[in-house]
Each structure stands twice: as structure tokens, then as C-alpha cells.
Design a protein around this ligand. Sequence first.
Ligand code: GLN
Length: 279
Amino acid sequence: MSSMNRRSFVKVAGAAGAAALLAGCSGNGTQEPADDTQSDDATGEADYTLVKEGVLTNVAELGFSPFEYIDDEGNTVGFDVDLSNALAEKMGLTCEWLPNQAFDTLVPTIKQGGKADISIAGVTITDERLEDVDFTDPYLNSNQALIVAASSGYATDDLDAADVQIACQTGTTGDAWIQENLPNATRVPLADVTAGMMGVSTGSYQAMVIDLPVAQNMLAQSFSDLTILEEIPTGEQYGIAVSYDNPGLKDALNEALAAVEADGTMDELKQKWFGTTDI
Ligand code: GLN
């Protein structure tokens, strides 16, 4: 245990804050407004572009309860969905969510542009991702969870062995954590979180690593036979991924985030989806 490297994935607040300051200093006034360029409420200046006029288009992986998932009626719901709607409202826009995409395609989709303006999807701000896309200020703290079958009797150290299969969602920070901290285990990257939990439940896999709030939610909802063996304090923070080509959008989102923090909406949503504002 003591040899395990619980590296923090980011020095987020500092990096994001500094980036925000730089963006603020660079100015947006020289750009000719395009047809789909939106105005900033405060200045009236056009300073960001959208894929679809009047709409904040989001791309996400939709199996990440309680952040984004499809409910029994087929609606896309969750904390991030409510938050994206609240942010859009502050910006005088509506928000639309594209159909489900694999998690490891989200950052490339934003980097490439043309399809979605943002990815709000429980995405951890990491130095590696910051090479490809920008992020808003952090909006939620998260850690990882190591999940096993409650009846397994495993200790964490037992898991670092080749005959132990550990599931994760492909390209996530949980995926990276396994590679760094349980290098001898057989990692099983999957597109779908539920498939991983199901596999641990049925004994196909011995463990899974996934974000703690999602583990807590899904175990409580659907997997009472699984348990969190260890909470891993990675100190992650979720941000909204935006293109470096659209710095005005990041600024507008940061303003909207500050507004939903200030007017109590953020606490209301945390209470609604996590039963506490202390997250
Ligand atoms: N927060 C984790 C990451 O960014 C997992 C996100 C997710 O699966 N939606 O890698």
C-alpha cells in the first residue's frame, strides 16, 4: 500500500486560473463577427462561435450516473445535464446533447471542432488533455474508487497480479491510475461503466476503478453485491472542455459558472443529485 503512488492528476485551479487571466488579457475585439457568433451580455461584443446558432451543443458519454445517463423514459438526465441547462440559460442559449459517444472520443471531438461546442461529461482536467483542449474553471471535485465484490475478501495489494482482471472505462483517469499503480494486473478497458460493474458482479473481472461519485451512486442503485475496497484520493477536478480556437466561449462559461455558484443553483443541483452540497 505504502508503495502505491497516488499521484494527483492536475494542479488544476492554478493552471485554469492562469489560463483564464491570459485569455482575459488577449482580447477578442478584432474578430469580424460571423453569422453564428454570439454576443456577450455584459459588453454586447460578439466574442464566441457556436456550431448551431443559439444553442450550446454538448458531447458526452451517457453512461455515467448520476452525471449523465439515460433514464427509464429514454431521457438524458443527470447533474451535468441540469448544470449545462443552467449555464446555457445564463448565456441566453439553450443546450442540446448529442447522442452517446465513447468517453475517449470526447476530447478529440472538441479539438477537431465543428460538431460540438463543449464537453461537459465528468471530464477531469489533466495536463495531458490540456495539450489538446482548454477547460473552464473546475466545477466539481472527484476521486477514484476501487470496487470489488463484497464477498471477495480482497485487499488492494492482492490485486497487483497478472491473473487479476481490473476493469475501467477506456481513456479515463481510472484507466491511467491502474496502469500506474497496479502495473502487474491485467487491465480491461471497456466503453461502458455498467459492463465493468456487471463483470465484477459475475466474476469475469476481479475489480474496477472508476470515479468515486459514480461508484457510490451505481453501487447504491444497482450493485449491492459490490463494495468500495478503497477510496483513492486523486484530487481530480471536473471542467468543461472547450476548443482553444474559441477562448471567448470559455470566458462566457466561466462567467456563467460563477453566476450559478453565486445564485445558489450549483448547491441546489448538488443537493438534488448527491444529497449533499459537500462534494
Ligand atoms: N473523470 C474521469 C476522467 O475524466 C472519468 C470520466 C467519465 O468516464 N465520464 O477520465
